[in-house]
Design a protein around this ligand. Structure first.
Ligand code: PNS
Length: 161
């Protein structure tokens, strides 16, 4: 049985993330969406809110679970008895950072493989930060995140203004 970790900050989860979750859930026996807790960045959503949104929008995937981690991704991956770290690559611009992360993680734990999914072209420009910014300036984010998430994002940015 192969278990994969799909790690990230998911602030908020987008259709791009969901695309990777769906496709990886078809490849691996189990996919654990790992939500990073100790972010140095200042997130829009509290950790619990991010987890709650992921839970809602992944509820139809029977082999997808959600878990949180703080500290090193390789330690979390080992803790969860996972074999693979999954990351999406949208464009060449992602590659340098992702390669550095994969190689660092491989050095830290040679038993864990990182596997990359090429993001579907329709989401190749999409990021959580774009969604946050669009929503802040009253742009339409409904094509980029599920309705459940867009309502939460609009609510949140309204409180910031
Ligand atoms: O979606 P993101 O924010 O690009 O995800 C980055 C993430 C959370 C996967 C990465 O920053 C992470 O796992 N950090 C935990 C600390 C760690 O393990 N660092 C060593 C890898 S270079």
């Amino acid at each position: 049985m192969t278990t994969a970790i799909y790690p990230g900050s998911f602030d908020p989860i987008t259709y791009g993330h969901l695309d990777i979750i769906k496709r990886s859930s078809e490849v691996f026996d189990k996919v654990i969406v790992g939500v990073l807790k100790n972010q140095t960045k200042n997130p829009l959503f509290e950790f619990e809110e991010r987890v709650e949104m992921i839970r809602e929008v992944t509820k139809d995937y029977s082999n997808v679970e959600i878990a949180s981690y703080h500290g090193l991704l390789v330690d979390f991956t080992k803790e969860m008895n996972a074999d693979v770290i999954v990351r999406g690559i949208r464009a060449v611009s992602d590659f340098e950072y992702e390669l550095m992360m994969a190689q660092t993680n491989k050095q830290l734990n040679p038993n864990i493989e990182t596997m990359f999914f090429a993001t579907s072209s329709r989401y190749s420009f999409l990021s959580s930060s774009t969604v946050r910014e669009l929503a802040y300036f009253d742009g339409d984010i409904t094509q980029f995140v599920p309705e459940y998430v867009s309502e939460k994002v609009y609510e949140k940015v309204k409180k910031m203004k």
